[in-house]
Design a protein around this ligand. Structure first.
Ligand SMILES: Nc1nc2c(ncn2[C@@H]2O[C@H](COP(=O)(O)OP(=O)(O)O)[C@@H](O)[C@H]2O)c(=O)[nH]1
Ligand SMILES: [Mg+2]
Length: 348
């Protein structure tokens, strides 16, 4: 197979394709700043070519500041006929709650910056993580939808996606989907697990006690192994996050203050939430969606099936590194009809 740079994606195929109606109530969501316009347009261009030019799901872009004309024009220019909405985040969803001591939060940022913890000194990053953890699914522009696909600026989609992931989710009772998993920096979440444990103790009725997916992140519940789904890519059910159980979990975490006093990321928060609340069979590894964010990637490994659809090298795959938790996911819950790492050995 000839590998070509992923930027040179193929033109939209099957121009005459008509998606089945009605479409699933799915929406593609991106949180972005005005300064992200170029990177956002690049991501959406690839997604249009790989998938949505044919399926025509709507887009919602969200920002705590009003999107400027440059952002809106650049995005709409990707596909002038695409349904794109540009939403403003309510101030209450992107500001300090009353119980947060902002002096303590500032001191924590300073200390984490000095300790060289990634994004440790960054205030906006914390609001962003908190927003993605507990608020995006409450935005009124998402009210009418059941499923969302989260996309970030400057990501890449390596493969043509011929099957509709939203329909797949709906028809197979999937509530959360990922492509990349990895381990979190412990220094960003020193008390997240003990705060989670307290929630579990106080709210046993919210937790799925049998057949949950928690054993992927903790063998005996004593400690968190730091594994998480990488949430810059997510295809999920909005109803999962809107559930009483997850809302309760988020409120519990939010009151504990770790989004500001530490630097809790939405990836571990979503991952812990999903593994506590869902059956493993409700969580789906989207092997067919080749994906890259900042060089950390997933490329479908069973090349014969994907060779004509993907522009990536299955042997150069973050899944095969020590930082990935996807092999463990497969060991625990993998579909045995599916070829994964076991019969591929040792890229040099
Ligand atoms: N509106 C807005 N979006 C942000 C802000 N910070 C980050 N984002 C968005 O949140 C997502 C994650 O941010 P990013 O910088 O990519 O974080 P990283 O992937 O963890 O390195 C991306 O979609 C960004 O565009 C912010 O201050 N305001
Ligand atoms: Mg990012």
């Amino acid at each position: 197979m000839t590998l070509v740079p992923v930027d040179s994606v193929a033109p939209i195929r099957n121009q005459s394709f008509t998606p089945p109606t009605p479409l699933v109530k799915g929406v593609i969501v991106m949180l972005a700043r005005n300064t992200d316009a170029d990177g956002a347009a690049k991501s959406i261009t690839e997604l249009e070519k790989r998938f949505n030019g044919r399926w025509r799901y709507p887009y919602v872009f969200l920002n705590e500041l009003p999107f400027d004309d440059n952002f809106k024009n650049k995005l709409q220019a990707v596909n002038p006929s695409a349904d794109m909405k540009f939403g403003l985040i309510p101030v209450v969803h992107w500001s300090y709650p009353s119980w947060i001591n902002q002096t303590r939060a500032a001191a924590a940022r300073k200390a984490m910056h000095e300790a060289k913890i990634i994004y440790g000194g960054h205030e906006a990053y914390r609001h962003m993580c908190r927003y993605n953890s507990g608020f995006f699914y409450r935005h009124e522009l998402l009210d009418e939808y059941d499923y969302y696909w989260r996309v970030e600026p400057d990501v890449h989609f390596y493969c043509d996606i011929d099957e509709d992931p939203f329909r797949f989710m709906q028809e197979n009772n999937k509530l959360y989907g990922f492509t990349v998993s990895l381990t979190e920096f412990r220094a960003t979440i020193p008390t997240l697990w003990e705060t989670t444990r307290a929630f579990m103790t106080e709210n046993p009725s919210y937790i799925r006690t049998e057949d949950n997916a928690v054993r992927w992140i903790s063998k005996d519940l004593k400690d968190y192994n730091l594994c998480h789904f990488w949430s810059n890519f997510e295809i999920g059910s909005l109803h999962l996050w809107r559930s009483k159980a997850y809302e309760g979990y988020f409120e519990h975490l939010d009151h504990a203050g770790g989004f500001f006093y530490e630097r809790w990321g939405d990836a571990p928060v979503h991952s812990i939430g999903a593994t506590l609340l869902l059956k493993p069979s409700q969580i789906h590894f989207f092997n067919n969606i080749g994906y890259d964010h900042t060089g950390i990637n997933h490329c479908p490994i069973d090349q014969p099936a994907f060779a004509n659809k993907c522009q990536c090298n299955g042997l150069k795959n973050f899944d095969m590194t020590d930082w990935s938790c996807t092999p463990e996911w497969f060991d625990l819950f993998g579909d045995t009809s599916f070829v994964f790492l076991n019969n591929i050995c040792c890229p040099s």
